[in-house]
Design a protein around this ligand. Structure first.
Ligand SMILES: CCCCCCCCCC/C=C\CCCCC/C=C/C(=O)SCCNC(=O)CCNC(=O)[C@H](O)C(C)(C)COP(=O)(O)OP(=O)(O)OC[C@H]1O[C@@H](n2cnc3c(N)ncnc32)[C@H](O)[C@@H]1OP(=O)(O)O
Ligand SMILES: Cc1cc2nc3c(=O)[nH]c(=O)nc-3n(C[C@H](O)[C@H](O)[C@H](O)COP(=O)(O)OP(=O)(O)OC[C@H]3O[C@@H](n4cnc5c(N)ncnc54)[C@H](O)[C@@H]3O)c2cc1C
Length: 662
């Protein structure tokens, strides 16, 4: 391995804590870190994983094809049973497709989970092993050209015919064509198709059906089906997001996934699930996973790149006539990066929380106890929106902080950005998800107004909140939490009272709701902000005695919270809760905290523990040898394969010389 750039080494030497120990905390324990590193090391030693053409120097069809090569490699490994632990499989995939979506990504994240959670026991026994063993490859096909958000308006129909005990799948309009499902265009031979179920003329709404799309022999498309790729996108170019059109395609009755609702041979519909949104369960799972696995990890990688690079990059003067400083020593550069780094840690702890909570509550739901489903739906929706937006903005901030080189694909940042920003849209567009959380907040507000006790994430709504902020120079977690509680409670209440007032003035509820929806999305955002602050504080409280790590995490917590207050100053001050003096103090504390954190900046990003291969960044290399590798990168560019490019002979030469050698 090449010698580490002394500018980066000095940062590591000056850190006040052991990065390894912080990595253990982030991974959820030393054993988890060790296992992840083992899986990554095995993958990194495999030329099928790290070899192959350079991602950025391929065309899109080549990128897709290479991703399929890797998919086959993954499936062969998985078939040996070595990834029986889902976490192992996840680490392996992250190393194989760094910041890319695998053509089989939907198979593992949505197709299989839907089969497992929406099938009857017999169906599960039939389909899940086939999918687990990759004998069939599937996707999750829900969104249509005309509707992604409004699931009640999906137009694909599954009409039951009792005589033959079959459903007939049909796409009646242009807008009913399934559009966007990942891996649908070229890779999958099966899909879970969400379609409106019609029995004897009655529409029972969206239900999941398992449908074969292509032959298992030669991959040709099944009669009555039209399927293909939707073309190049802003990112996600290794995956074949597809379209799918049905022309009266017949499937057996048994292909309705019947855990939540059964259709008997004569067409009798029997609902089993207690909650009518049971068919939406896979979306909750993915939203809960996006927080850590997509939003936070994308941001952690961007922070790693930008912080390391900012300690390698020297520019301008700090001391007149003095040597060029590391750019991270400029206060403005710290202001660009350190609050983003603090938010990354904040999101990480919320991500760990929602992942664990999802598995706990889902277990209860599987046992038939659905009491906590509304809470899970609201929190997973809100956190998905809050963290994906924050990460998207943070990644862009990291890119800008890298100056000109940040604009090059060599930085790795454009790819991280385009992959991550899709998470603001897929699995529920962010505003739409905030409005789902807002419904929950409105209900909870009404409960609190009636004097009832609200619980879980909204417990604070029925508490007596402080009228005056008691935040002082010590910035204790309790006073910070109280400030965020006050802000969220006030914004929820204000929006709720306006809905009530509009209704009292004669507006129908739906109109009152729409007229308050901007306020409500801000209230939902404030609620999520509070929740993320709370989970960060909980993590600090639960930490075992690792004083050095506790100190630096406390500084990050305070920075995250103070920066949030300065960014949303009006929310905290306009009702007189926080004084101007307190706000001024908080603003100055942001600057002091940045100075406190600065010496540990590199150690804090090293703790995310990303191998260079996953970062895919010349700027963010662990060894900090940026310039020689930027030069190498440019030399490898396909345009430099020949001294004179073909386009010269085709276009420039005739113009410049009046003759052509072609
Ligand atoms: C160690 C690690 C191991 C882990 C490894 C796993 C790693 C996995 C990593 C995966 C990460 C990323 C992969 C990314 C790939 C994703 C690719 C993208 C896929 C997709 O996009 S699929 C399509 C997704 N589509 C959507 O999300 C559609 C959004 N729209 C909706 O959800 C709904 O239509 C709606 C919620 C907006 C509205 O629905 P509607 O039926 O009209 O209902 P309403 O009338 O508004 O509400 C009625 C009540 O129902 C409640 N409700 C709504 N949704 C749900 C739900 N899902 N569950 C429970 N309850 C729900 C709603 O709140 C209302 O309740 P109320 O009346 O207020 O009480
Ligand atoms: C990269 C990517 C991968 C995807 N993968 C899959 C997949 O595998 N399977 C699949 O089925 N789908 C997939 N999708 C589709 C995705 O789930 C939808 O695009 C997403 O749910 C948003 O729906 P939409 O496109 O209909 O947006 P729209 O709902 O049309 O959004 C447009 C605008 O309208 C606003 N809006 C819509 N409804 C409301 C409302 N009720 N109140 C206020 N504002 C509203 C939105 O906030 C947004 O600003 C994918 C999409 C992308 C981008």
């Amino acid at each position: 391995m090449a010698a580490v750039n002394p500018d980066l080494q000095s940062e590591r030497d000056g850190a006040t804590f052991d990065t390894n120990k912080l990595t253990f905390l982030l991974d959820g324990g030393e054993g988890m870190t060790e296992r992840r590193r083992e899986v990554e090391a095995e993958a990194l030693a495999d030329p099928e994983v790290t070899g192959g053409p350079h991602y950025h120097f391929m065309s899109r069809p080549e990128q897709y094809s290479d991703a399929v090569r890797k998919a086959v490699h993954y499936m062969k490994q998985a078939k040996t049973g070595k990834f029986d632990n889902p976490a192992d499989a996840h680490w392996y995939r992250n190393t194989l497709w760094p910041n890319e979506m695998a053509p089989i990504g939907l198979h593992t994240t949505m197709f299989l989970p839907t089969l497992e959670n929406n099938s009857s026991p017999e169906q599960k026994e039939k389909w899940a092993p086939l999918a687990k063993d990759f004998k069939i490859i599937g996707t999750y096909s829900q969104t249509e050209m005309g509707h992604g958000t409004n699931l009640k308006a999906l137009e694909t129909t599954a009409t039951y015919e009792p005589e033959l005990e079959q459903f007939i799948l049909h796409s009646p309009t242009l807008s009913s064509i399934k559009w966007w499902p990942g891996g649908l265009g070229k890779t999958s031979n099966f899909a879970v198709v969400m379609a409106s179920m019609i029995i004897k003329g009655k529409n029972y709404g969206m239900h999941p059906f398992i449908v074969q799309l292509r032959s298992l022999e030669d991959h040709t498309v099944i009669t009555g089906i039209e399927v293909g790729d939707i073309g190049p996108k802003f990112g996600f170019n290794t995956i074949d997001n597809g379209y799918l059109k049905f022309d009266h395609v017949r499937i057996p009755r048994e292909n309705l996934l019947m855990k939540n609702a059964v259709v008997e041979p004569d067409g009798t519909y029997v609902r089993i699930a207690k909650n009518e949104k049971a068919a939406y369960s896979t979306m909750i799972f993915v939203r809960a996973m996006i927080v850590l696995e997509v939003a936070t990890r994308g941001l952690a990688q961007a922070c790693t790149i930008a912080v390391r690079y900012s300690c390698v990059r020297r520019q301008s003067e700090l001391v007149p006539g003095g040597p060029e400083p590391k750019v991270l020593d400029f206060q403005t550069q710290q202001y660009k990066l350190l609050p983003v780094l603090a938010s990354c840690y904040a999101y990480w702890f919320s991500g760990l929380f929602i992942r664990m909570t999802y598995f706990q509550i889902n277990y209860e739901i599987q046992q038939g106890n659905i009491d906590l489903l509304p809470e899970l739906h609201a929190v997973s929706s809100g956190l998905k929106a809050f963290t994906s937006y924050g990460s998207m903005a943070g990644i862009e901030q990291c890119r800008l902080a890298c100056g000109g080189h940040g604009f090059s694909q060599a930085s790795g940042l454009p790819k991280i950005y385009t992959t991550m920003t899709a998470g603001c849209t897929y699995e529920g567009e962010n505003s739409v998800l905030y409005l789902q959380m807002a419904r929950y907040l409105m209900k909870s507000f009404l409960q609190a107004e009636k004097g009832e006790t609200t619980t879980n994430s909204v417990a604070y709504l029925s508490k007596k909140n402080l009228d005056k902020c008691v935040l002082g120079a010590t910035l204790s977690p309790d006073t910070i939490i109280a400030a965020y509680e006050h802000r969220a409670a006030r914004l929820v209440r204000k929006a709720g009272l306006r809905v009530n007032a509009l209704e009292a003035a004669g507006k129908p509820y739906h109109e009152a709701w729409n007229l308050t929806s901007v306020q409500f999305t801000k209230a939902a955002e404030a609620h999520c902000h509070y929740f993320v602050v709370l989970k960060f504080a909980d993590t600090l409280e639960e930490m075992e005695d690792e004083a050095e790590i506790h100190n630096v995490l406390l500084q990050l917590f305070q920075l995250y919270a103070c920066y949030g207050i300065t960014n949303y100053a009006a929310d905290f001050t306009e009702d007189g809760f926080m004084s101007q003096e307190q706000l001024d103090m908080v603003r100055l504390r942001v600057l002091d905290l940045m100075a406190d954190i600065r010496p540990n900046a590199v150690a804090l990003v090293d703790s995310f523990d990303y191998p260079d291969h996953i970062l895919g960044s010349v700027l963010g290399r662990y060894d900090g040898n940026v310039y020689e590798n930027l030069y190498k990168w440019a030399k490898d560019s396909p345009l430099n394969k020949t001294e004179v490019h073909d386009s010269y002979y085709k276009y420039l030469q005739p113009m410049i010389t009046g003759k052509s050698n072609l």
